[in-house]
Design a binder for this molecule. Structure first.
Ligand code: PXG
Length: 294
């Protein structure tokens, strides 16, 4: 395996960074997780835009233009002949001294890993996923904004530990106001009918404390294509308990039906029909978008 490290492709064993790297010392940096389907990079530009925005938010100057970064990612995928898999792009503040001061880190570290992907088992897509509500609240946007895809994922990891201890793969995370923000590594949607029978998809706004997911955006686009109303609106736990359908979205997860929350069935406890249509359309998109790299 060849890893891109600061402008060079190096074998995995040689792809090492300094113990003084502030990515390691302080979680000071940003990252992206991107999929490769059929030698095509899915929504590459959107991921890069989010990466550069996250970097700007922490005043980290990425030493490559977006075009150069795009080529570096493509080059890494091609060098590894990765037909299907996962790209992890990391830009850290780089090596500095033992203080917080980012000015002591003159050279950001740029890493691109193109590897196999670990997926949820197929049963999850057929039978749906059971999740819990985590006791760990999502970071407040005015403390560490979850819209920044930073290397500081401890808040999510604490929630993930709760999932592991409860024996479920994911969890719903609430913000400081008790409203649904997202999951530990996925966004969330519900499908709900109003009193007059009109149904709509709902996902919490990014301001509720969620990442602006690329998969979330693709699902909003699919909803539009399928003429299903889709709104960004605050969601409380009640709305999930009362929803007809619910699902999670994420680069690794894609679209996963959520059929149980806190031991309560959502809808009839089976993946819903609309969720199925979205899963299928999303799969079509991932297979057709982008250009083959090699
Ligand atoms: N929320 C959070 C907190 C995430 O980390 C998403 C939502 C979904 O966003 P995308 O853009 O992927 O639709 C994420 C994504 C990993 C890994 O290695 C994490 C993510 C994606 C892929 C892999 O754990 N996070």
């Amino acid at each position: 395996m060849q890893i891109y490290l600061n402008g060079e492709l190096v074998p995995k064993e040689k792809a090492t960074v300094s113990v003084f790297d502030h990515g390691f010392l302080y979680g000071d940096g940003v990252f992206e997780g991107i999929r490769v389907y059929n030698r095509r990079i899915f929504r590459h530009d959107a991921h890069l835009l989010r990466l550069y925005r996250s970097a700007k938010a922490i005043m980290l100057d990425i030493p490559l233009s977006m075009q150069e970064m795009k080529r570096a990612v493509e080059q890494t995928v091609a060098a590894n002949k990765l037909e299907n898999g996962y790209i992890r792009l990391i830009v850290s503040r780089g090596p500095g001294d033992l203080g917080l001061d980012p000015r002591k880190c003159p050279k950001p570290t740029v890493i691109i890993i193109a590897d196999a992907i670990k997926l949820y088992p197929p049963e999850v897509y057929e039978q749906g996923m059971e999740v819990i509500t985590a006791a760990t609240r999502r970071s407040r946007p005015d403390v560490l904004n979850p819209a920044i895809k930073s290397l500081n994922y401890l808040n999510n990891i604490l929630a993930k530990i709760e999932c592991i201890r409860a024996g479920v793969p994911e969890c719903v995370m609430l913000n400081d106001q008790g409203l649904v923000a997202e999951c530990s590594g996925d966004n969330i949607f519900i499908y709900i009918r109003d009193f007059r029978g009109k149904a709509e998809l709902r996902t919490p706004p990014v301001s509720a404390g969620s990442l602006e997911g690329i998969t979330r955006d693709a699902v909003m686009q699919i909803a539009d294509e399928l003429s299903i109303p889709c709104v960004e609106r605050d969601i409380a736990l009640f709305d999930i308990y009362a929803a007809d359908e619910a699902f999670l979205t994420g680069t690794a997860a894609e679209v996963v039906p959520m059929t149980k929350l806190d031991n309560r069935e959502i809808g009839n406890g089976k993946p819903g029909e609309l969720t199925w249509r979205i899963i299928q359309r999303y799969r079509e998109l991932t297979q057709s978008e982008g250009e083959a790299l090699f």
